[in-house]
Design a protein. Sequence first.
Length: 220
Amino acid sequence: MIRLCPSILNANFDELPNEIAKVARVSDLLHLDVMDNKFVPNFTFSFERAREIIEGSQLPVDVHLMIANADKEALPYLDTSAVSITVHFEACEDPLSLLTEIRKRGKRAAIALKPGTGIDEIKDLLPALDMILVMTVEPGFGGQKFMSEVMPKVKAARKWLDEGGFGDTWLQVDGGINLETISTATKAGADTFVAGSVVFNSPDPAGVIENLRQLAAAVK
Ligand code: DX5
Ligand code: ZN
């Protein structure tokens, strides 16, 4: 199954309900990028603001936490209605405990890997994961170029999931996904796609999502 998750990082933050409404009918999840200016050199939302967006969203929310000290700082998000919470492997001291807690609180538990982090680092975590996020840019900013050199990691993750009987675990890619790159990521084995600037810089955000979905479906 193909899932499309528009990222509002490049949307108009002052008009979020309108921006979300533009994509709601054709999207699976809303991808919310939380940045703390510590784990990444950019800041997006405080927890309070993120909570408002999560609770007000017409779409179920996939929260991507690019925040340091995730073992502690991710915990308030467990009290929101987010359906999926992604923490960075590089930001956790004890990822297994945090992922277990996320699941215990009824949310999908996901781990993200920066481009430089090897996939083998998370092999032991597989049974605790509902989604793996392989970053296809350095986290921090929208509008960057897709890193095709990360595709071997996506392929390795796909192989583990298929061969290990983890068919319910989603494999997400985030960064530089557009009408040219989505096929490459799908061929490597991704099934869940974040797309930011290509969607919200377009005059027809819903049309872009539909086109992306068709391109991915043509590969699957
Ligand atoms: C980058 C964020 C992405 C970003 C994607 O750190 O995690 O979700 O919004 O934006 P595009 O699609 O423009 O690369
Ligand atoms: Zn993201």
